[in-house]
Ligand binder design. Sequence first.
Ligand code: ZN
Ligand code: ZN
Length: 258
Amino acid sequence: MIRFASLASGSKGNCLVAESGGTRVLLDCGLAPRETARRLGRLGLAPADLAGILVTHEHDDHAGYALAFASEHGLPVWLTHGTLQALADAGKRCDGVAARLIDSRSAFTIGGIGVQPYTVPHDAREPVQFVLSDGAFRLGVLTDIGTSTAHVEATLSGCDALVLECNHDLKLLWGGGYPKWLKERIAGPFGHLDNATSGRLLAALDRSRLRHVIGAHLSEQNNRPELARAALAQALGCEDSWIGIATQEEGFGWRELK
Ligand SMILES: [Zn+2]
Ligand SMILES: [Zn+2]
């Protein structure tokens, strides 16, 4: 059995928690330590229940507090060499934190959780995303990706649950008030996925085992939950209400694969 929940999702902070066989890990830590602990409490957990933190990339909404939280609670952090270097260059203090360097192509385990990192095109030093597994069920997490690749689609095919970026609606982005350079960055090949592209990615996967789909990392300015839901539901040919949405304030509650 593997279960997972989100503490927060969006440009103000991302944090997901997964648990299997008595092992619990955070995936990213973009909320301040006290807030991370408070939201863990909402899910019935405390920092002492964690085995460590997986970090996808150095952007603040994912790694802004990973080292601080790890240092405060004596947790190891798994991340790529590029992400560690980028955090160090940004002046994030790494002293006292056990950094476990990962190879973006090699699977490893943390207690009862199997971890498969995979590479994604995004404007960070060495970004990865993760598939987590208990050996029987697979949870694929994908945010912060500018464009889909064959490698991403092969990796996410056959997952039992997906947390999938639906960053923006293209019309809302281009019609909105962001400066042109920022719109181009977000919509570019190393930016973020729009709803329609997420839907196409989902449609391209082997979905034969899929039981949970959650839209994530929605822009508060350039998206609306109902638009993300509709795009993913259309790809699956399911009711909109079947699609979950991860929010900035609430994330989402426990989901279970067993
Ligand atoms: Zn992000
Ligand atoms: Zn990012």
